[in-house]
Design a binder for this molecule. Structure first.
Ligand SMILES: Cc1cc2nc3c(=O)[nH]c(=O)nc-3n(C[C@H](O)[C@H](O)[C@H](O)COP(=O)(O)OP(=O)(O)OC[C@H]3O[C@@H](n4cnc5c(N)ncnc54)[C@H](O)[C@@H]3O)c2cc1C
Length: 410
């Protein structure tokens, strides 16, 4: 028999930013809400995001943010317009956690503590009467005649006419990432598109970058050198024991992982000095030829490149620059401005910050985030087939999608 204490208007599964926002906005509209979290702590990946400082959003408009998600932009727009980045900043500020724009673009809590965001959302939930329970894993959705009616957690059953799946992605299993949410969605006959580790480093076919592990370039630009691939990533580039990582490449990882399904390797093109054009390098080469021609190419380049990289990037490095052959000069220029490396893998789920792939968007109504297959079933956050680049896009999406779901609960 159903115990009245176990009946809710909404059950939220997952207490990351998407789940907390959903629970809060539903409860603020007087809905009776149960929030379930499988871990023994609330917050999902929020507390560890942005090196525990949390890049919670950025200064872009909803349209600009949505466009950063590429072809998925149209799906994201209703949620982002409904709760845009500015509202995120206002929301936390009005609850005593001011959000600072650190570099004219990225937004972090002024306190430097991601945990302040979790505390704010959780306190808000509790103040509105959300029944917050951690250490409880939802194991089954109860569905009757195409309508959601509850959730099973092992032997316990909770009833509600609305369920929000905000279980996050598969990445970062050591913290809370899992396939739980996808399995629950599959029970409701939802399609889960192929899953790939995203926002992480890549493994290269070439051996020499591995010998240079630890060396970094502060402002590089990396792109996939295949027809039709348009993403360019700019920022720090780090050589690792497996290949390359850091901001110049991590936003390419999800796409590289997808391409590796059909390509044995993915060619990458890297400009090691994004602020310098090929013409500027050529001008510098002529000046070197005129003014410091007795110095070897290797010696001249040490001003720009760590010594360990000279043998790999500077052909005929022992040749005095006055006698540096044209073909060596051409290869040097190519290495500096469009270095070729081949990606053969990405880092695994343990290092991936985000999951590419998830609940098929065509099966979800973008205006309400309700399932088109099961009424009363909602989706928010990273569980959906949505992943944004580095820079506060993913948490903003989690919050905006959670808010939209919460507001649907009458
Ligand atoms: C190291 C790291 C740094 C990051 N930094 C940033 C950043 O600075 N800015 C940014 O925008 N993004 C960042 N991200 C990505 C961002 O954290 C996620 O995209 C975001 O947290 C997704 O929110 P979510 O609520 O959808 O899922 P999550 O935060 O993953 O939360 C999902 C929750 O659901 C729970 N759950 C799952 N299944 C069940 C179940 N069956 N029953 C009960 N509970 C369940 C999980 O335990 C988890 O707590 C980072 C990610 C990582 C890993």
């Amino acid at each position: 028999m159903k115990n009245s204490a176990e009946k809710y208007d909404l059950i939220v599964i997952g207490s990351g930013p998407a789940g907390l926002a959903g629970a809060f906005f539903a409860a603020a509209r007087t809905a009776k809400v149960l929030l379930l979290e499988k871990e023994n702590r609330f917050g999902g990946k929020l507390p560890i995001s942005g090196s525990a400082r949390c890049n919670v959003t950025n200064v872009l408009s909803p349209e600009e943010q949505a466009n950063a998600f590429g072809k998925k932009a149209r799906f994201l727009l209703p949620a982002l317009k409904n709760f845009p980045p500015q509202m995120t900043r206002d929301f936390f500020k009005s609850r005593g956690v001011p959000i600072e724009i650190t570099d004219g673009f990225h937004c972090f809590p002024r306190s430097g503590k991601a945990s302040d965001l979790v505390d704010t959302l959780l306190t808000g939930c509790r103040d509105c009467g959300v029944d917050c329970r951690c250490g409880i894993q939802a194991s089954e959705l109860l569905i009757q005649d195409g309508h959601i009616c509850g959730v099973k957690c092992g032997k316990q059953t909770f009833y509600a006419e609305n369920v929000l799946l905000a279980c996050g992605g598969k990445s970062y299993p050591k913290w809370c990432g899992s396939e739980c949410g996808y399995n629950l969605a599959r029970q409701a006959n939802h399609t889960v598109t192929p899953l790939y580790p995203a926002m992480t480093g890549v493994h290269c076919m070439e051996e020499w970058p591995k010998e240079c592990a630890g060396i970094s370039f502060p402002d590089a630009e990396c792109s996939i050198d295949l027809p039709g691939e348009k993403i360019h990533c700019r920022g720090e580039l780090l050589f690792t024991h497996n290949g390359i990582s850091a901001f110049a490449v991590i936003d390419l990882a999800g796409r590289i992982a997808q391409l590796l399904d059909s390509h044995p390797s993915v060619p990458l093109k890297i400009n090691l000095f994004a602020a310098e054009s090929a013409a500027e390098w050529q001008k510098r080469f002529s000046l070197w030829r005129q003014n410091c021609g007795k110095n070897t190419a290797g010696k001249l380049l040490t001003e720009y490149i760590p010594k360990k990289l000279i043998p790999h990037l500077v052909p005929q490095s022992e040749t005095p620059f006055a006698r540096y052959p044209a073909d060596a000069s051409k290869r040097l220029l190519a290495n500096l401005t469009s270095l070729r490396l081949n990606a053969v893998n990405t880092e695994n789920w343990h290092k991936a910050m985000v999951t590419r792939g998830g609940i098929e968007l065509a099966e979800v109504n973008a205006k309400t985030l309700e399932s088109r297959l099961i009424s009363g079933l909602f989706f928010a956050g990273e569980l959906l087939d949505v992943d944004g680049p580095c820079g506060g896009y993913n948490i903003q999406w989690a919050l905006s999608s959670g808010v939209l779901c919460g507001q649907q609960i009458k």
